[in-house]
Ligand binder design. Structure first.
Ligand code: GRG
Length: 297
């Protein structure tokens, strides 16, 4: 997989490496875990993902002078939830994919039951890590609550459910947006929110991060739709052209390519503008936001 040059900026690259080290550490499961299950969990999580969500947690925490030590467990937890959702989304009952992050999907590499269980086991692991390692305890509880909500029946899972139900159906722009705000946007927004919460900043800043994340989430989805249409399968490490072949409604299908690109750019500019009060301290977060629409993977 070809990482985008932006992800190679020193600060982001170092943070990404630190995330990988921490993920690896949290995946050293004790002997009670069956070997094949542990292998499948590790195979999926440690595959070369962009680590966008954990990076958002860390950068939001740094913006409010939080310590990486406290934000890292939350950063890993969002990646665990994200990876479970990818494993389950790739299953035959859902998107039925055989390629993810440039490798065979978990159920292809192992088997379907193992993939389901690997995804299942990543969910409690996320909450175990946050509840044990984020301090103080009231901050950990708040993180668990926010993460549970974002990953739950009204947001990530609900958005995925509506998305599956809506295949081959005409859909209004509002409905399309409602699905993606939940399926894709909620996990990006909660990442930024968790970073702010771990840093112990005030409600106004937490809300500001959430709003920033909501716009970012929508821009991310639009660029994901555009990449599915125009992207390079070898670079992306996953099948492209799936949306059209599955009769899925997408932004380019509803708005056209040029208007989708314009909307994604506008959303990113609006989100970057909302960080203006933080000045240069928010520049890495702004770089990451811009990466979202310029990425090729
Ligand atoms: C199974 C509850 C459940 C939800 C699945 C992840 C997901 C929801 C669907 C995957 C389909 C898809 C293309 C969603 C759009 C956005 C998305 C989550 C893309 C993948 O995220 P990246 O690009 O992936 O950040 P990496 O591999 O870099 O982590």
């Amino acid at each position: 997989l070809n990482p985008s040059p932006l992800l190679l900026s020193d600060e982001i690259q170092a943070a990404k490496q630190a995330v990988d080290v921490a993920l690896d550490r949290y995946l050293q499961l004790d002997e009670g875990c069956p070997v094949r299950l542990a292998e499948a969990m590790r195979y999926s999580v440690m595959s070369p993902g962009k680590r966008l969500r954990p990076l958002l947690v860390l950068l939001a925490s740094r913006l409010f002078e939080g310590m990486d030590r406290n934000a890292m467990p939350a950063a890993c937890a969002v990646e665990f939830i994200h990876c479970y959702s990818l494993i389950h989304d790739d299953l035959p009952a859902m998107d039925d994919d055989d390629l993810r992050r440039g490798r065979p999907t978990c159920h292809r590499q192992f088997d379907e039951a193992t993939a389901i269980l690997a995804g299942d086991a990543l969910i409690p692991l996320a909450f175990e890590v946050v509840s044990r390692e984020v301090h103080p305890a009231d901050v950990a509880i708040r993180c668990c609550r926010e993460l549970a909500r974002a990953a739950g029946a009204t947001q990530l899972v609900g958005g995925q459910s509506d998305d599956l139900q809506s295949q081959n159906q005409e859909m209004s722009f509002e409905k399309l947006e409602r699905i993606h705000r939940r399926k894709t946007g909620a996990m990006l927004a909660v990442s930024l929110k968790l970073g702010a919460i771990c840093a112990g900043t005030g409600e106004e800043n937490i809300e500001c991060m959430e709003q920033f994340g909501k716009n970012l989430g929508l821009a991310f989805q639009i660029s994901d739709d555009l990449l599915d249409l125009k992207g390079d399968q070898d670079k992306m490490g996953k099948r492209v052209g799936k949306d059209h072949s599955k009769g899925k409604m997408t932004y380019p299908a509803v708005l056209g390519i040029a208007e989708s690109e314009r909307l994604a750019t506008q959303l990113i500019e609006t989100s970057v503008e909302s960080l203006r009060p933080f000045g240069g301290r928010a520049s890495t977060l702004c770089d990451l936001a811009r990466f979202i629409i310029s990425r090729t993977t």
